[in-house]
Ligand binder design. Structure first.
Ligand SMILES: *[C@@H]1O[C@H](CO)[C@@H](O)[C@H](O)[C@H]1NC(C)=O
Ligand SMILES: *[C@@H]1O[C@H](CO)[C@@H](O)[C@H](O)[C@H]1NC(C)=O
Ligand SMILES: *[C@@H]1O[C@H](CO)[C@@H](O)[C@H](O)[C@H]1NC(C)=O
Length: 399
């Protein structure tokens, strides 16, 4: 930068006090300050990652290309197949584009992605919010290999094999990550759930070496909705009940410690590991069992997010940030090894993109309430896929 001439003018002897000179120096100042301001922003706009893909904003872009798949994808789960279920507003939902601050996020190129993943396998372990992400990924990758077939080996709950690339992508359902079983009381009536905090669930304990990339999550089941006080979780370590007994959140912390330590010990170091943070819910006007709804026609504004999600405001959707805090503190010392996939903030905006009342089944809403928790497909999880694909590729060595 050249500051010399500006300095010369502003330090001119005041005796001269010529108004023309003053005008010239002001113009020069203006010139320099605008060039200075312009400089840093232009080159960054399209610079590739690494950059923070998790912070940014949604921009309404109707001219954005259509989603890569539709309701005919064979890997759909019915309740999330919003095109088939004739959800209103699907075109609008898919016209919003996530624009990270300071860099571009391009849509996944399924052929390039599968090409880079040739002879590799990608595994997901966790609850249905991880499954929501997998379904999107399967439908997107199928564009590059229509011969993809369902794959459910090795205790996978859902998955596909892509023969053209010899790639397997699968989801292992394990909502608490740790092993748990319902116990029978002495009278044979089913009662509490025993959770072995130090034992990974059967669904994934012996399969991690098959995968080259693993994405874990857990969080949505750690509440009294799923495990009411009459049939609580009871925590065991080394086969013995933990004393004094842990409440559900303390149990979550202890399970996380053990699962993270298991992953660090047992999963090969060369495996690329991610931990995906919570997917926020958007129940408005009441919780899921109190007629809470999400019939919104556009994303939330930035200044509405704290009102919805900050635990201090005690709204019905506060748990996502609270649970994220616990996960982040358990993972903070492993960050180099297990990468955080922080999809929470970008998803917080999208109150408009859940299946809501379009669940594809009669009476589903009357029985279960609206679904303001999972996401329509195509929809927001396709953006999760773009981000995940970017991170997988930028963290994989080219061979
Ligand atoms: C397919 O990939 C697996 C690794 O995931 C590898 O062991 C196997 O040899 C590959 N098969 C072919 C035909 O390349
Ligand atoms: C996992 O592998 C170990 C060691 O081979 C074996 O003892 C155990 O039964 C296996 N567990 C499951 C659930 O397959
Ligand atoms: C939910 O709505 C139904 C029908 O409008 C009503 O009968 C019921 O009392 C409501 N439930 C709650 C918890 O507000």
């Amino acid at each position: 930068m050249e500051f010399g001439s500006r300095r010369t003018y502003t330090t001119m002897p005041s005796k001269l006090r010529s108004s023309r000179l003053l005008l010239i120096s002001l113009l020069l100042l203006l010139f320099y300050s605008t060039t200075l301001l312009r400089r840093p922003t232009t080159p960054n706009i399209l610079s590739p990652p690494p950059c923070d893909l998790f912070s940014g904003r949604w921009v309404y872009t109707p001219e954005t290309p259509k989603p890569l798949y539709d309701e005919t994808c064979p890997f759909h789960r019915n309740a999330w197949n919003c095109l088939k279920n004739k959800r209103e507003n699907m075109e609008v939902i898919n016209s919003w584009r996530w624009v990270p601050d300071g860099c571009g996020l391009s849509r996944i190129d399924p052929t390039r992605f599968l090409g880079r993943m040739r002879n590799k396998n990608i595994g997901f372990v966790g609850d249905s919010l991880n499954e929501n992400l997998v379904v999107s990924l399967l439908c997107i990758l199928r564009v590059a290999d229509p011969s993809a077939v369902k794959w459910k080996k090795k205790k996978a709950w859902r998955g596909a094999y892509f023969p053209k690339f010899n790639v397997t992508v699968a989801y292992h359902r394990s909502v608490l990550l740790a092993k748990y079983n319902r116990e029978a009381n002495e009278d044979g009536v089913k009662g509490a759930y025993r959770v072995d905090v130090d034992v990974p669930a059967d669904e994934w304990i012996n399969v991690t070496s098959f995968y080259h990339v693993l994405i874990f999550n857990s969080g949505h089941w750690w509440g009294y909705d799923k495990f009411p006080k009459e049939t609580p979780l009871v925590f065991y370590r080394k086969g013995k009940p933990i004393h004094p007994p842990l409440d559900i959140i303390q149990g979550f912390e202890v399970v996380l410690q053990h699962m993270v330590s298991y992953i660090q010990r047992q999963v090969p170091a060369k495996t690329l590991k991610f931990w995906r943070l919570q997917s926020p819910r958007h129940f408005y006007g009441g919780d899921w069992n109190q007629n809470g709804s999400c019939l919104l026609d556009k994303p939330l504004a930035k200044d509405q997010l704290d009102l919805w999600f900050d635990p201090r405001n005690n709204g019905v959707n506060k748990e996502a940030r609270r649970i994220n805090q616990i996960i982040k503190s358990e993972l903070q010392n492993t960050e180099s090894e297990i990468k955080l996939l922080d999809l929470t903030h970008l998803s917080e905006y999208r109150a408009d993109a859940h299946p809501a009342i379009w669940l594809g089944k009669q009476d589903a809403v009357a029985i279960w309430g609206q679904d303001c928790m999972h996401w329509c497909l195509p929809g927001v999880p396709d953006t999760w896929v773009d981000i995940l694909a970017e991170l997988i590729l930028s963290n994989s060595k080219t061979e």
